[in-house]
Ligand binder design. Sequence first.
Ligand code: HEC
Ligand code: HEC
Ligand code: HEC
Length: 189
Amino acid sequence: MKTKTLKFLALVIVLSLFGSIQAQNDYAYIGNKKCKKCHIKQFKAWQKTKMANVFELLKAGQRAEAKKKAGLDPEKDYTKDKECLGCHTTGYGKKGGFVDEKTTPNLLGVGCEMCHGAGSEYTKKEYMSLKNKKFKRADVVKVGLVSPVGEKNCTEVCHNKKSPFYKPFSFDERKDQGTHKHFKLKYEH
Ligand code: HEC
Ligand code: HEC
Ligand code: HEC
């Protein structure tokens, strides 16, 4: 009886852990245009950054010298290459994520959700919305928002040795070049 109960409890724990992992991976990417609606200043600043435009680097003829040095073919079009898209687009291979240039033009390059997390859930009315401007950050983070973004977010996903062009990365040095200008939030979260 006792071992039966223990086994049952273990099963419940395993299933609920599995459930929460599933849920975490379940948020879908919705694209920059959705964020732009409420965050026009960040959007405009982001558009000018390197991060917004890294998809272009995959095209033939772009950065020919650097590609040669890294052992890549400068004349090749890498815009459909699985080996590159994970870091040069937003949410590639994930729910709602980048598919190709035509189908998902709002997920080219390192977009909002590449740093801030897939937005399908945290942009719902009861979380981050104009009706709920004073949301608690902790609540929104629970459903997928990444804020604040830090060094680990960058190095885990892209700025690591899987990149053919890896360079040592310091978040503090690069934050202002790479992300977007920062504006003070109106409310405490
Ligand atoms: C319907 C409007 C709306 C949409 C759409 C929206 N946001 Fe927000 N967001 C807000 C509001 C309101 C705040 C709080 C603003 C303030 O305090 O000044 C906010 C705050 C934030 C913050 C700061 C949160 C904190 O406390 O750390 C981040 C980051 C953010 N949004 C990212 C995004 C991203 C990425 C998207 C798209 C996936 C998005 N938002 C879509 C309304 C929106
Ligand atoms: C693990 C993530 C990752 C993968 C995979 C990846 N890249 Fe990148 N790529 C980066 C990062 C990060 C940088 C910027 C490096 C830096 O400045 O620190 C970069 C930079 C570049 C640059 C600019 C290099 C320069 O010095 O001007 C080119 C071109 C490029 N990548 C092409 C590719 C191609 C082609 C592939 C696939 C064969 C690829 N990348 C795969 C992350 C990645
Ligand atoms: C390359 C990563 C990166 C991308 C892409 C990115 N952000 Fe951010 N974002 C950050 C960082 C870093 C912060 C500052 C976090 C902090 O406060 O420490 C930030 C902060 C914010 C904030 C809080 C207020 C502010 O201005 O600092 C909002 C809102 C926001 N981002 C929205 C967006 C939206 C909308 C997009 C897409 C148009 C976007 N971000 C794209 C990294 C990114």
